[in-house]
Design a protein around this ligand. Structure first.
Ligand code: AOF
Ligand code: ZN
Length: 366
């Protein structure tokens, strides 16, 4: 398939529109749509929240009669099923769209190529694959979950230049500056769930909610708490939004916790801890696309060892914390350099006085 510069511009615009749904569409993907004809954009749309209209519908509405004979650029294959809303394929056909260019096939088993098929059967020219990598990266969690591989796990860290995340006392406020802390809120907001460990709950009593103005959805807050030790008075339990406490099924949760606002999730044990794969499966079953982990070295290290980490969101502060301060990941010790965990750089940007580094563990087939 060959696409010209205008095709690329339109798809880039559809992807920009899709990003407007970054923190709103859970559990749906972020999708954008541009309708254009003769080198002119006639309609723009995006999916804002689950249950709301799909991207194509808004763009068709804006284009009106202009949609007849036009091209629709969609950052995801148009849906062909009746979900919370009617199929977009029917709306595109009805409006007289002549050509659909989509970035990537919808991995949802209820669509998965059926959208393209329906459009073709109705005589619409269908092209797929334009800017596919960018479209998939925007919905990495949705794609991973729909492929049955669980949610996308992003570990957020704030560390000193010597790789420390807190003093030995646990004191960690603040390693990074205000701009970085605001940025963390934005990444939290786009996650379906925020995961922490009981160690962090006991040491920091974190809120774990999203406090950006205008925030419409609180991610599910999850506490990995093998022994059901979450204090019933923990701050996060008193805030708006759902809380899930995951503990060992072979241990009984105290009555005070069971009577509280949090839902309890008993899981199989793995040694003295939780089976973290079972936890991720349980989250995927709740339609969690992206999990943001904000935890201490024990949980982060265990996730890394289980090869469950998809991405590290690292805020690197220009300061040193010295001997005895806490590590970011507790695992190992490694017997040889063969066992080291290689990471790939995804991004490096300055955020205020700190650096934001995004990395992806490259587990290879070690
Ligand atoms: C599109 N355009 O903008 C989106 C799509 O329950 P529903 O009706 O909202 O459908 C959700 C499914 O539709 C979702 O799992 C994904 O397969 C697709 N999302 N499709 O054509 C959109 N958001
Ligand atoms: Zn749709």
């Amino acid at each position: 398939m060959s696409w010209d510069a205008f095709d690329h511009r339109c798809m880039a615009e559809a992807l920009r529109l899709a990003r407007r749904g970054l923190d709103g569409t859970h559990p749906n993907p972020r999708v954008g749509c541009v309708i254009a004809r003769d080198g002119r954009v006639l309609g723009r749309g995006w999916h804002a929240f689950a249950g709301g209209p799909h991207a194509e519908i808004g763009a068709l509405e804006e284009a009106g009669e202009g949609a007849r004979g036009a091209t629709a650029y969609v950052s995801l294959e148009p849906c062909s099923h009746h979900g919370r809303t009617a199929p977009c394929t029917a709306a595109l056909i009805e409006a007289g769209i002549a050509r659909v260019v989509s970035a990537v096939r919808d991995p949802n088993p209820s669509v998965d190529g059926d959208g393209e098929r329906q459009l073709r059967d109705a005589g619409v020219a269908v092209e797929s694959g334009l800017m596919a990598a960018a479209a998939e990266a925007l919905n990495a969690g949705f794609f991973k979950r729909m492929r049955g591989q669980g949610p996308w796990v992003r570990v957020k860290l704030a560390q000193s230049l010597d790789g420390r995340t807190a003093l030995a006392s646990g004191q960690s406020q603040w390693i990074t500056g205000e701009a970085a802390r605001r940025d963390v809120q934005a990444w939290r907001a786009r996650a379906s769930a925020v995961l922490t460990g009981i160690g962090t709950v006991r040491a920091d009593d974190p809120a774990l909610n999203v406090r950006t103005p205008g925030c419409r959805r609180q991610p599910l807050r999850v506490i990995a708490d093998s022994r059901w030790q979450t204090p019933p008075a923990a701050h996060t339990l008193s805030l708006e939004g759902e809380v899930l406490i995951a503990g060992r099924a072979d241990l009984e949760a105290p009555a005070a916790l069971a009577a509280g606002p949090a839902e309890l999730l008993p899981l199989p044990a793995r040694g003295a801890h939780l089976d973290l794969r079972a936890l991720m499966q349980a989250l995927a079953a709740r339609e969690v696309n992206e999990v943001q982990v904000e935890a201490g070295a024990t949980l982060c290290g265990a996730l890394l060892e289980e090869r469950l980490v998809d991405e590290i969101l690292l805020y690197q502060a220009p300061l040193l914390l010295g001997a005895g301060a806490r590590d970011a990941f507790r695992f190992g010790p490694l017997a040889s350099m063969e066992e080291r965990v290689p990471l790939q750089w995804l991004e490096q940007v300055r955020v205020g006085r700190d650096l934001r580094l995004r990395l992806r563990p490259d587990y290879g087939d070690r």
